[in-house]
Design a protein around this ligand. Structure first.
Ligand SMILES: [Zn+2]
Length: 88
């Protein structure tokens, strides 16, 4: 954390920009948290909503990440057997 101000500013300038929409309908464009798509003000450090039954919107698990991934996998298998070699 003892870098020169110029170095730190250059890192900020090179950082990916936050894509959250502001009140004017434009992207926020603050520097995003490292490895993330959002800035510190727009949930960049958040791990997101709870997964699975922890989530308040959970009903029957049909739309859980695992269920969606499983359907995608089954669909790709079916596409492979059909000989298209593509999804859908
Ligand atoms: Zn932002």
């Amino acid at each position: 954390m003892n870098q020169a101000v110029e170095t730190r500013l250059s890192h900020l300038r090179a950082a990916q920009r936050c894509g959250a929409r502001n009140r004017a309908g434009r992207p926020c464009e603050c520097p995003a948290i490292r490895g993330r798509a959002r800035c510190r003000l727009h949930g960049g450090r958040s791990s997101g909503a709870p997964k699975g039954q922890e989530n308040g919107m959970y009903k029957d698990g049909y739309f859980s990440a695992e269920a969606i991934a499983e359907r995608r996998w089954a669909k790709s298998l079916a596409a492979g057997f059909a000989g298209t070699g593509k999804d859908g």
